[in-house]
Design a protein around this ligand. Structure first.
Ligand SMILES: [Zn+2]
Length: 108
């Protein structure tokens, strides 16, 4: 569709920005928050029960954890990891907001 690779990436990034804005708008209307998970968390390699990282091929749809024998579809496992990371990041974000509110404003 777009031959210039750099331009294609910009178009792709703009699409994700739009999706995020839409999610944030809808969440705000419902009194909810959107938490973006940074890609470095690599949630698709982490086993949700024991927290062990397991390298696996994309062809393996239902991996078995070598540590705790958990058998779970990779998408379901990834969704659980995203939820856990999102809740942790949201909790951290809320704690920072509380601290900022408690701090006396030192404006000049
Ligand atoms: Zn495990």
């Amino acid at each position: 569709m777009v031959k210039n690779h750099h331009f294609a990436k910009s178009v792709s990034d703009a699409g994700w920005i739009q999706v995020r804005r839409f999610l944030e708008y809808k969440a705000a209307c419902a009194g909810k928050r959107v938490v973006a998970i940074p890609p470095h968390y690599n949630t698709n390699q982490l086993r949700s029960r024991c927290g062990v990282y397991v390298q696996k091929s994309l062809l393996v749809r239902t991996p078995i954890c070598p540590e705790c024998d958990l058998v779970l579809d990779r998408d379901h496992n990834d969704a659980l990891n995203v939820l856990q990371v999102g809740l942790k990041l949201d909790q951290h974000s809320r704690a920072e907001e509380k601290q900022a509110e408690a701090r006396p404003s030192g404006g000049t």
